[in-house]
Design a protein around this ligand. Structure first.
Ligand code: KIV
Length: 283
């Protein structure tokens, strides 16, 4: 069997060409990233969704560059084969091209990501272009972009009207022209995502965007039923890990309370003579 190679932007382009679906999941820590990598995931996103699923914020807006670098480093240590994408948090790229390049550089240099992701279409094309010119691959993200939650007035499906759908197609073409190596399509009608996927030469990765994208991404706590605060329609639960974890925690609590844990096999031994001696000594 040939050794598994590291996924790169060329791999992703090749996969689009061959109609080989790209798999992406979010991860935020070493051990989860290692498990995903061993399971064969193509790419891992350290999403700013960490603000919600890991840190308990109500949206992603409070996530900092320091948060992102800290979690990206951990994932990069765990995943040896997956292509690693670090999310640029709110206000790390919107204010200026300078900020965008410096902060993208930090995710690569300190976080050891292979690419960065940022939200927006036409309005962030100058940032995408500058980051790509700094030799950093960029994954764009259009549609329901969570950092725009206040501008959208909530987490709402995008691109449903004719004008909005047309604008999303234009945005997709513009981010591609600016140099993005892939684009996440979030929360848009499936038929619109299919048109965009067909028009682009770079891969589209969908979340709540139907089956015709070149790849799919989900937040791992959603697909493992570990995060009960929101139940988006587009999520499928692939394993009831949340329930399993709760059962494990309850069993641990019960056994500790009853004195059933730790048992003999979980404890370390010492020479009985030493213990007898210690018992007799004054301290
Ligand atoms: O932050 C995130 O996890 C994301 C995905 C939902 C695409 O941006």
């Amino acid at each position: 069997m040939s050794e598994r190679k590291k996924t790169t932007i060329s791999t992703l382009m090749e996969m689009k060409k061959n109609n080989d679906k790209i798999t992406m999941l979010t991860a935020y820590d070493y051990s989860t990233a290692k498990l995903m990598d061993e399971a064969g995931i193509d790419t891992i996103l350290i999403g700013d969704s960490l603000g919600m699923v890991m840190l308990g914020y109500e949206d992603t807006l409070s996530v900092t560059m320091e948060d992102m670098i800290h979690h990206t480093k951990a994932v990069a240590r765990g995943a040896k084969h997956a292509f690693i994408v670090g999310d640029m948090p709110f206000m790390s790229y919107q204010a200026s091209i300078y900020d965008a390049v410096i902060n993208a550089g930090r995710l690569i240099k300190e976080g050891r990501a292979n690419a960065v992701k940022l939200e927006g279409g036409a309005s962030v094309c100058p940032q995408i272009k500058a980051i790509v010119e700094a030799q950093i691959p960029v994954v764009a993200h259009i549609g329901l972009t969570p950092q725009s939650v206040n501008a959208f007035g909530g987490f709402k499906v995008q691109g449903k009207s004719e004008n909005a759908a047309r604008q999303l197609i234009k945005d997709a073409l513009l981010v591609q022209e600016a140099g993005a190596c892939a684009v996440v399509l979030e929360g848009i009608p499936a038929d619109l995502a299919a048109i965009i996927t067909e028009k682009l030469t770079i891969p589209t990765i969908g979340i709540g965007a139907g089956a015709n994208c070149d790849g799919q991404v989900l937040v791992y706590q959603d697909m493992l039923a570990m995060y009960g605060d929101m139940h988006p329609k587009f999520v499928k639960v692939f394993a009831e890990v949340g329930t399993l974890m709760k059962e494990g925690f309850s069993a641990y609590i019960k056994e500790c309370k009853e004195g059933a844990f730790p048992a003999k096999e979980h404890t370390f031994k010492i020479d009985a003579e030493i213990i007898e001696k210690l018992k007799g000594e004054e301290f």
